[in-house]
Design a protein around this ligand. Structure first.
Ligand SMILES: [Zn+2]
Length: 100
């Protein structure tokens, strides 16, 4: 056995996510992702925890997705998103804009 197993449970949950979302059930496929519920939205559907999705929910500039998020939370999410591996493509995907 030369193969060392790293039991890291994916990437560490970012503070912004930990503080603003509640983890629901694991996605029922091989994606190893989870569904999350926004703590600011009482009626929001579960959000898949893909890169940028959760931050995108908070960042939404028109506050359509998350009208209840405080302004400082939005700012934090924005900073968090910029620190992560984020691309404009992800942002567009989050906003539901398809290319082509
Ligand atoms: Zn929300």
């Amino acid at each position: 056995m030369t193969c060392r197993t790293f039991m890291a449970p994916g990437r560490p949950v970012e503070k912004i996510i930990d503080e603003n979302f509640t983890r629901l059930e694991k996605k029922d496929d091989k994606s190893n992702r989870w569904f999350w519920k926004c703590n600011h939205c009482t009626d929001a559907p579960p959000i898949e925890g893909r890169d940028g999705n959760l931050q995108g929910h908070l960042i939404d500039p028109l506050a359509v997705k998350c009208p209840n998020a405080p302004q400082d939370v939005r700012q934090q999410a924005r900073n968090s998103a910029m620190g992560a591996e984020w691309s404009i493509g992800t942002l567009l995907a989050v906003k539901g804009v398809s290319s082509g």
